[in-house]
Design a protein around this ligand. Structure first.
Ligand code: ADP
Length: 357
């Protein structure tokens, strides 16, 4: 299939070329047509499948001929990093459209966001807490909102955002197009989907299983030998960019320091960092300045870094869903990747569930 078959506005088509996309990914193939018809969509897809462009392109296309300066699309995402990334993707894809996209999230001052809102934007990408703050202060007008997207809904559930989402839903027009994306379908998400989507089309890719472009390796190891094993693996393996997951913020920071001392360009991404330092860590990893990024699950959620050759689960994830999310960072957009799992005897139950999926 070819992007031309969607008959996008020439300015949107130019953005697709600017992004270097040649063919739609499976989720784009399935979701774009119903989205362009204005239908509600429930998208079941893991990260790395191209869902951002799947919803962004129809939104850009829909807003092309609309009066500018009013908020017409709202995308809600669980983390600041993901919000930034979605906005960046929209700016790439919408580079020729003159549509303006901005982010709203906490941890940074309110006033620059307020000023930007006053200058006008058609698309907002927001995290729930700060968005409610702006709504309560009367800083943002959603009266002409046409499209609402809930991205990574299962993660928003894990992070306790569902009550916030319900509050936001009360403050946006009832008549709208609503899209919801989630990698997994826990009961609470199914319930929310029933409440907020109107006769939705369900689009599923990958059956919430790990991407088949990823190979998986278990390394049985004693807890106190994990670091030595990781150093040995790094030394003996031809690795590109490596994303390492630890269970706690403290372990992420410490492990990254050890890797730096061993001579690797390494940085950590964890919730204790200021927004500026999180962004610097991420940019450094993306640009290749740091070969290794050590992160916790929450901090790394949804991050799109292409060219991650290896994901190392230094500590086992808590759930099979978390495993899928973690390894969603490698083997993206049909490249191949490897997942290395350091497993201790304490991890046998979770390893069995991971093996099952
Ligand atoms: P998701 O939102 O599902 O996590 P992304 O939209 O971030 O996934 O896409 C993952 C990667 O694939 C990104 O680097 C994106 O630029 C790239 N990508 C998306 N769509 C295409 C496409 N049609 N062709 C090539 N690469 C694509």
């Amino acid at each position: 299939m070819d992007f031309r078959e969607f008959h996008f506005h020439p300015s949107v088509a130019a953005g697709i070329r600017a992004a270097g996309f040649e063919r739609p990914t499976p989720i784009q193939e399935k979701a774009i047509v119903p989205l362009m018809k204005g239908l509600d969509v429930m998208g079941l897809a893991q990260t790395g499948t191209g869902k951002t462009a799947a919803f962004a392109l129809p939104i850009l296309n829909r807003l092309m001929d609309k009066k500018r300066g009013l908020v017409r699309a709202l995308i809600i995402a669980p983390t600041r990093e993901l919000a930034e990334q979605i906005c960046r993707d929209i700016n790439t894809l919408g580079g020729q459209t003159r549509l303006r996209c901005m982010t709203l999230y906490g941890g940074v001052p309110l006033s620059p966001q307020i000023q930007k809102l006053r200058r006008g934007a058609e698309i907002i990408v927001a995290c729930p807490g700060r968005l409610i703050d702006h709504i309560n202060r009367g800083n943002v007008d959603f009266s002409l909102l046409e499209v609402l997207v809930l991205d990574e809904a299962d993660q928003m559930l894990d992070m306790g955002f569902i009550p916030d989402i319900r509050k936001i839903l009360k403050r946006v027009p009832r008549k709208r197009q609503t899209l919801m994306f989630s990698a997994t379908m826990p009961d609470e998400i199914r319930q929310l989907a029933c409440e907020i989507l109107c006769k939705p089309i369900t689009v599923q890719v990958g059956n919430t299983a790990p991407a088949d472009t990823v190979s998986h390796f278990h390394f049985p190891v004693a807890q106190d030998l994990k670091t030595s094993l990781l150093l040995k693996i790094l030394k003996d393996t031809d690795v590109g960019s490596v994303l390492v997951f630890t269970r706690t913020k403290h372990r992420a920071k410490r492990l990254s320091e050890i890797l730096s001392k061993a001579g690797y360009g390494s940085t950590s991404l964890q919730g204790n960092l200021s927004q500026a330092r999180r962004q610097a860590a991420l940019n450094g990893f993306r640009s290749g300045k740091f070969q290794i990024l050590v992160a916790t699950d929450i901090a790394a959620r949804g991050i799109d870094v292409s060219n991650v050759s290896h994901v190392v689960n230094y500590d086992a994830p808590a759930t099979p869903e978390a495993y899928i999310h973690r390894i969603g960072r490698t083997g993206r957009a049909e490249k191949s990747g490897k997942a290395f799992n350091l497993v201790t005897s304490d991890d046998s139950a979770i390893v069995r569930s991971i093996d099952r999926i």
